[in-house]
Design a binder for this molecule. Structure first.
Ligand SMILES: [Zn+2]
Ligand SMILES: [Zn+2]
Ligand SMILES: [Zn+2]
Length: 145
């Protein structure tokens, strides 16, 4: 029936939307963000190499120590660092799309605590342009300061 199938469509749309909505808070934000964002405002993305294997390109920036490591599609060094280093550094930002991922929560995180570092990378990548202060799904993130 037509009414059923449009309901199913709406439900599958909502499921797909839910899958990409980032967390607005995670328990690791409080003690896992130690990078000085000013350091990265003029980052040359081409020069960032994976600390463990020298892979170039779309690496991840660890928000605990400011080191770059390769993605799960290269040699997983960012994943291994996020989950298994002696001092866990669970949060990292992708140099590809500037999304923030928590390896422990296994989810995207879009929180005020990571805005400054993502904004610094955004400026480095887009000629000084500020990153909009809203999430991908259009919700305004209130400034904490
Ligand atoms: Zn690597
Ligand atoms: Zn780290
Ligand atoms: Zn987390």
């Amino acid at each position: 029936m037509a009414s059923n199938s449009s309901k199913e469509n709406a439900e599958s749309f909502l499921e797909a939307a839910a899958a990409v909505v980032p967390l607005t808070w995670c328990p690791h934000l409080a003690d896992s963000v130690h990078v000085q964002h000013e350091r990265f405002e003029r980052l040359d993305f081409e020069s960032t190499l994976c600390r463990d294997c020298d892979a170039k390109g779309e690496n991840w920036l660890c928000l605990g120590c400011g080191e770059f490591r390769c993605s799960r599609y290269v040699k997983e060094h960012a994943v291994l660092h996020g989950l298994h280093s002696n001092e866990p550094h669970p949060l990292a930002v992708s140099l590809a799309d500037l999304s923030c991922w928590c390896y422990v929560c296994d989810d995207y995180v879009d929180a005020p605590e990571v805005y400054d570092i993502r904004n610094a990378l955004h400026k480095a990548k887009f000629n000084g342009e500020e990153m909009p202060k809203r999430t991908d799904y259009g919700r305004i993130v209130l400034e904490m300061k």
